[in-house]
Design a protein around this ligand. Sequence first.
Ligand SMILES: *Cc1c(COP(=O)(O)O)cnc(C)c1O
Length: 422
Amino acid sequence: MKTPFVTKNQIEEITKTIPTPFNIYDEKGIRENARAVNKAFSWNKGFKEYFAVKANPNPFLLKILQEEGCGVDCASYVELALSDELGFKKDDIMFSSNDTPASEFKYADALGVIVNLDDFTHIDFYEKAVGHFPKKMCCRFNPGGVYELSNGIMDNPGDSKYGMTKDQLFEAYQVLKSKGVEEFGIHAFLVSNTVTNDYYPTLAKTLFELIVELKEKTGISISFVNLSGGVGIAYRPDQKANDIAVIGEGVHKAFDEILVPAGLGDVAILTEMGRFMTGPYGGLVTTAIHEKHTYKEYIGVDACAVDLMRPAVYGSYHHVTVLGKEGAPEDHVYDVVGSLCENCDKFAVDRQLPKIEDGDILFIHDTGAHGYSMGYNYNGKLKSAEVLLKEDGSFKLIRRPETIKDYLATFDNLGIVDGLLK
Ligand SMILES: *Cc1c(COP(=O)(O)O)cnc(C)c1O
């Protein structure tokens, strides 16, 4: 059973001043989880988690993660600027972008952050854009083929646009070295949302063996291995959540077996988790406003795919709890839908739930990563608020809902909608 991190009473207190829909985040959960991550990798002297900003760019949450010792992983100008403004500096920022514009390489260079090159051709591109190379650089590896773990085929890196082939990777390090780069890292992101403790250890083994081979063949030593993201969460109540302590120990074992005997025991382990860091510690709070009985039974809520796109885009499962009816029999089958004029705007399809009445408040679980951040303004729907449930149980508005002025802000002084911008 999945239990919301807030009670119905707490939500009713919040809705006195902040109407639904809104995303709420659990500060206590985020902090405890970040501490567990750091503990799981504390055997590695250089360990650092670089939170993937795209998963949840709310600055209040980034500050919490910063206080817990995390850096950030950015992939765009805005993510870099936001991180810089929040006090993440140089080695606190990993710039893991792809199809990167010259202006963003220049900006990353000016900030002095760690740049992760997605492609071999980016070496020339970087040199033309920036004019010189930093002392430290990372390269992104793609092994191609399909990627299998003990529980079957996980994904298809051969189909993915990211990273360099092994030959390109080995050549990239040698070219970069000839251009004055002194310190090197390797990065790979092969599978998303893995719900198994095997993914990081298996990936680590692949990368560790590769850097031993690189050292033997070229004499180049890698100083950090970036395992990137992909550690998943249990969206479904029947899934067993990953155990980060077990994952950390699995990477430790591969490290001791492969890197230590090769004289590479100083290599730092870095991660770029997004989903695992904040996913379970967010929920979308929404009110049932309609029920509709046609060929199916529908519950219409006041949130829509603008607030959470994953079900519409990927058909993803997000668990739904009807607040205050946690123990009630789940004897109704509903589609829980939003108001977009798109039939994919359904938070749940054929879901067994307790009987829902108008005014009931639903908690849609696991929206803390790739939730609000993926949202858009389709159908002219305005994005909703974000609320932080603080460690002491009090709450704070950490982003107000959008207004029509926000939506139309880019028409300023164009003389077409000035009446709405006043
Ligand atoms: C999206 C992304 C991440 C985070 O992925 P999660 O699945 O949220 O862990 C990390 N690194 C890069 C380069 C990414 O694109």
